[in-house]
Design a binder for this molecule. Structure first.
Ligand code: ATP
Ligand code: MG
Length: 238
């Protein structure tokens, strides 16, 4: 059974039919990437999973045997579905440490929280160095680390990442993608990764879906898609 199984996902923004019946699965332990150009509907897909958007009655979003469409966003978070939004919104007037602890606000086990904090600070040594610094003064790459660190503090089972590489220098893109691989391998966190950087996303993913104007137009093994002519010409800019 898939950890996440989306069937016939439709989203409308007024008259705009943004998602036109998406079907997608993510198995436990997988890294699955959803790639596509600007406006394809990637962010909309993640926001629909997180319960932030209205979906049509015939849509089904099953996660771990539960229909997420019946839950409120905070209940979806409590089930371990944690969303790192596009543009990494950190609490800019709070310190790095306070931002990280905000991620754990709904949890009770202090020992586990302390362990997870130690893990995050080891995964992102930059955050360790800047624990007391206001988040608003961090660089873009550091803010992305913080947004991901805060998500990890919520003890995710399924992590939804919206364009973590956006606007980052190549060396930082490498760092971020390395950390995504690590938390999948070391912590067993299942990942649904939305990216425009198809090259990087396909290189770390198990499987991939291509989204074009609200429809899945291609799907399959990520390594195979890296060598697929259509994917290369449309998304790998070669
Ligand atoms: N709040 C909104 N109101 C109206 N239309 C919207 C809204 N949000 C998104 N859309 C439209 O829905 C479509 C999908 O947008 P979405 O943000 O999901 O794309 P995306 O694939 O994430 O793009 P990008 O790579 O630029 O982030 C676009 O045509 C967009 O203009
Ligand atoms: Mg987007």
């Amino acid at each position: 059974m898939a950890l996440l199984e989306i069937k016939n996902l439709h989203v409308y923004y007024g008259h705009i039919h943004a998602l036109k019946g998406i079907n997608l699965t993510v198995d436990e332990g997988e890294v699955v990437t959803l790639i596509g150009s600007n406006g394809a509907g990637k962010t909309t897909t993640l926001r629909a999973i997180s319960g932030l958007l209205k979906t049509t009655e015939d849509t089904s979003v099953m996660y771990d045997g539960i229909e997420l469409r019946q839950l409120r966003p905070h209940q979806i978070v409590e089930k371990g579905v944690i969303h790192v939004p596009e543009g990494r919104r950190v609490f800019s007037r709070m310190s790095v440490q306070e931002n990280l602890m905000m991620g754990a606000y709904a949890r009770k086990n202090r020992h586990q929280i302390a362990d997870d904090l130690a893990y995050v600070l080891k995964l992102f040594p930059r955050l360790q160095e800047r624990r007391a610094q206001h988040a608003g003064t961090l660089s873009g790459g550091e803010q992305q680390m913080l947004a991901m660190g805060r998500a990890l503090m919520a003890n995710p089972k399924l992590l939804l990442l919206d364009e973590p590489s956006m606007g980052l220098a190549p060396v930082l893109v490498e760092t971020i993608f390395d950390s995504i691989e690590q938390l999948n391998k070391q912590r067993g966190i299942t990942i649904l990764l939305v990216e425009q950087n198809a090259q990087m996303a396909l290189s770390i993913a198990n499987r991939a879906y291509v989204l074009e104007t609200g429809r899945i137009t291609m799907s399959g093994n990520a390594q195979e898609m890296l060598h697929d002519e259509k994917v290369i010409s449309a998304y790998l800019g070669l």
